[in-house]
Design a binder for this molecule. Structure first.
Ligand code: HEM
Length: 138
């Protein structure tokens, strides 16, 4: 009984070996899980009154496809990102730290809505956060 409790606690902390050793790609539910996540996330950023207008002229199907590749690659999955570099895409938008945070908030909400495990949410967030310097204005 106490061992069960300990493992439950370890799982909660994301420290159980079985959770830690799974690739992030697997934790996200593979390609299908990432497609679902990106579908929800793109809808959220597009509908977000704080940043949605920036996407008014965007080909959302193209954006979804690139984001799926990118998230898959960031999660060590079997994909290659074929889109523009992050500075090339975003530098003309002159994005602030605040706008970056709003985008990431929408992504977080999408991960929750997709029902992803908390450990996977945190791992993906950390990897997205690393792109911050390439995306916001310098
Ligand atoms: C970690 C954060 C982000 C990631 C991973 C990301 C990723 C991408 C990718 C993959 C593309 C398509 C690149 C291509 O055209 O080949 C793109 C385009 C775009 N991103 Fe981001 N982005 C991020 C943050 C942001 C933020 C903070 C904003 C604005 C608040 C933003 C606004 C846009 C817009 C408007 C486009 C479409 C540009 C167009 O219509 O050509 N992105 N982004």
């Amino acid at each position: 009984m106490s061992r069960l409790l300990l493992c439950a606690l370890a799982l909660l902390l994301g420290a159980c070996a079985s959770t830690r050793e799974r690739s992030l790609y697997a934790q996200l539910g593979g390609r299908a899980g990432i497609e679902r996540l990106v579908m929800i996330a793109v809808e959220k950023v597009h509908d977000d009154p704080r940043i949605g207008e920036l996407f008014a002229q965007t080909d959302l199907e193209y954006l979804r496809e690139r984001l799926v590749e990118q998230v898959c690659q960031l999660a060590d999955g079997p994909c290659e990102y074929t889109g523009l570099s992050m500075p090339d895409t975003h530098s003309g938008m002159n994005l602030s730290e605040r706008e970056f945070n709003w985008f990431v908030e929408d992504f977080e909400a999408a991960m929750r809505e997709a029902g992803l495990p908390l450990a996977a949410q945190n791992r993906l967030l950390a990897r997205l956060a690393r792109l911050r310097g390439e995306i916001i204005r310098q």
